[in-house]
Design a binder for this molecule. Structure first.
Ligand code: HEC
Ligand code: HEC
Ligand code: HEC
Ligand code: HEC
Ligand code: HEC
Ligand code: HEC
Length: 432
């Protein structure tokens, strides 16, 4: 009798221990979640950071090489975020109170200026830019692929997933507690009974209801946002590319025809991005830019390295005997796609460029003036349709259209036919 009671006590102690373990797990998950959220706020926007870096820091710093100041690439791995903020805001003041800062200041007799005007967010943005870029893939071969657009991150989804885990743990936890109170040994019960127990526990717990509601609200907001951003407008979208390739230098200053590189525009649905082999037609011989070539603050020293990235991609060694040779080691370049219609819309380049004779610039803007390419047009349905309403189809010297034109002009009783009148407003023409 005494023995069995002791045993029972022991069992219940054991389950209390387990119970504690689960509580702790729950607590630590919540704590992790919290830290994770905090960490989020310390994340910067590399695009803005790049701009700030170019205009404020590039005179003295490079990412990959010591200049007036030390190389800043990967600096966040060496120094704490708070240390960096204090240093950047006012390094002279910081040196007086921090031994590491004093040591860092010994790097050069030149002093770095203070940047008290920067917000914490500005500095986080700059630091984000100094982090090593994601590895890049593509090129080398004749076919170029695109990286998925890096517009959306999944952090929120992870947070929601973690919340879900927390809720499940809490539920389980509660269920155990109830069982303990009842003195049941949990394992001896059938699955449906257990499920029922969990359900009962859930029904009784107001806090869980509250969490549940928040969870669903967040979930709904997340997916609604995801959907809207999918069909949303990305005008002005300008991602950082794996190679700092300038359209201004190529299509503008050097007057290279758009279709020399985007040769597919004329005869296929998409324009495509030139393979690295196309680049090598010229760059087998051009391994350096002119002394005065610049992209923003970046001069020859940086741009020559960008050409070197192209060489790394195609495996070209310009130093090899006989004026350079391929090493056979290729490493694709993964350009980040900028223009991207949703899957349910159909757009065809050859129809617009070749048949309709529209200039690239009509839709892509002054590309030949852009160092870094960005999305010029909104690419909304409204945008497509307005142009179809306004644009008259050029029928001259186009046998195919001559006949249709005569029929349509008669039908609408007009001299000229717009794209809209020709059928450019029919849903099925643009939607699968
Ligand atoms: C006038 C030149 C100059 C400018 C502009 C400048 N720095 Fe510096 N920076 C230096 C020098 C020089 C050092 C090395 C410390 C010293 O010798 O005082 C340094 C050091 C640093 C360090 C410390 C590196 C370490 O761990 O030792 C960081 C971080 C830094 N700079 C960031 C920036 C950022 C970010 C900007 C732009 C907002 C910037 N600097 C602009 C000259 C400059
Ligand atoms: C020397 C080759 C070359 C020439 C010439 C060139 N491009 Fe490009 N183009 C590229 C490369 C490489 C990319 C991908 C990198 C980037 O987006 O900057 C690109 C990207 C683009 C994109 C964005 C594609 C996307 O991701 O959505 C457009 C639009 C574009 N080019 C239009 C033009 C137009 C218009 C011209 C003529 C004024 C032109 N290009 C001339 C090589 C070239
Ligand atoms: C009538 C408007 C229009 C004209 C003219 C036009 N484009 Fe585009 N371009 C677009 C649209 C819309 C997209 C997005 C297509 C998609 O996502 O399916 C696009 C995408 C691109 C891309 C990204 C890759 C691809 O093909 O999807 C490149 C590169 C490009 N255009 C280059 C050019 C060049 C070069 C010309 C001139 C020879 C040109 N475009 C003329 C509207 C136009
Ligand atoms: C028709 C010839 C030609 C083609 C094709 C060509 N380039 Fe260039 N590229 C040049 C010239 C010329 C310069 C140097 C301009 C100067 O000295 O100022 C240059 C400069 C560059 C630079 C340094 C300036 C900058 O834009 O950052 C890079 C990087 C570069 N090219 C990459 C590429 C890539 C990548 C391709 C293929 C998509 C390509 N080039 C295709 C002629 C070409
Ligand atoms: C710069 C003006 C312009 C813009 C912007 C434009 N288009 Fe067009 N589109 C034309 C012209 C001109 C034609 C007539 C081509 C022809 O002669 O067949 C045309 C024809 C078409 C056709 C064929 C219509 C038919 O009756 O066969 C489709 C489909 C089409 N466009 C889709 C789009 C989509 C999708 C967009 C937006 C992403 C778009 N267009 C944006 C000018 C434009
Ligand atoms: C000239 C081409 C064109 C025609 C004609 C056209 N659409 Fe669209 N439509 C588009 C494009 C491009 C998008 C994507 C816009 C975006 O990403 O914002 C779109 C988006 C949509 C959307 C998603 C919501 C939105 O606005 O983003 C709906 C719904 C839609 N179209 C319905 C229709 C219907 C119904 C018709 C016929 C009356 C039609 N479309 C005719 C090009 C066209």
């Amino acid at each position: 009798m005494y023995q069995t009671r002791k045993k029972q006590l022991f069992i219940s102690m054991k389950s209390v221990k387990q119970h504690n373990l689960i509580s702790r797990l729950t607590l630590s998950t919540i704590a992790l979640l919290f830290l994770f959220t905090l960490n989020l706020s310390a994340q910067g926007d590399a695009k803005n950071g790049k701009k700030l870096f170019n205009s404020n820091c590039a005179a003295c710093h490079k990412l990959d090489k010591d200049l007036v100041g030390p190389a800043l690439g990967g600096i966040t791995e060496k120094r704490e975020n708070a240390w960096l903020k204090a240093w950047i805001k006012d390094n002279a003041a910081f040196q007086k109170v921090d031994a590491d800062a004093k040591e860092a200041a010994a790097y050069s007799p030149t002093a770095m200026n203070a940047f008290p005007q920067f917000s914490d967010q500005d500095i986080d943005d700059i630091l984000e830019y100094t982090k090593p870029q994601e590895p890049v893939i593509t090129a080398g071969g004749p076919v170029q692929t695109f990286a998925a657009p890096v517009k959306q991150d999944n952090t929120l989804l992870y947070i929601l997933g973690a919340i879900m885990v927390v809720m499940l743990l809490m539920l389980f936890n509660l269920y155990r507690t109830i069982n303990e109170l009842k003195g049941d040994a949990p394992k001896s019960r059938s699955f449906s009974e257990q499920a029922n127990g969990v359900w009962e526990a859930f029904k009784r717990n107001k806090f869980l209801h509250f969490l549940m509601v928040i969870f669903f609200l967040l979930m709904t907001a997340y997916f609604a946002f995801g959907w809207m951003s999918q069909v949303g407008v990305d005008q002005g979208y300008q991602p950082i590319q794996p190679i700092e390739f300038s359209h201004k230098i190529h299509a503008g200053d050097n007057k290279i025809d758009c279709q020399y590189c985007h040769s597919a525009a004329k005869h296929s649905k998409s324009s495509g991005i030139p393979s690295a082999n196309v680049c090598m037609n010229c760059h087998m011989n051009i391994s350096e830019v002119a002394d005065d070539t610049k992209i923003g603050n970046h001069g020859k020293d940086i741009l020559d390295k960008e050409i070197q990235k192209l060489y790394d991609a195609v495996g070209w060694d310009p130093e090899a005997a006989g004026g350079g040779a391929y090493t056979g080691e290729t490493k694709p370049i993964e350009w980040v796609r900028i223009h991207n219609l949703p899957d349910f819309a159909y757009f065809n380049h050859s129809q617009h460029v070749n048949v309709a004779g529209q200039k690239c610039q009509k839709c892509h803007g002054p590309v030949e003036e852009m160092d870094e390419l960005y999305q010029y047009a909104p690419l909304t349905m409204d945008w497509c349709i307005s142009c179809h309403r306004e644009t008259e189809v050029d029928m001259t010297e186009n046998g195919y259209y001559k006949k249709i034109h005569e029929q349509l002009a008669k039908k609408y009783g007009v001299e000229k036919v717009t794209v809209a009148e020709m059928g450019g407003m029919e849903c099925g023409k643009c939607h699968y």
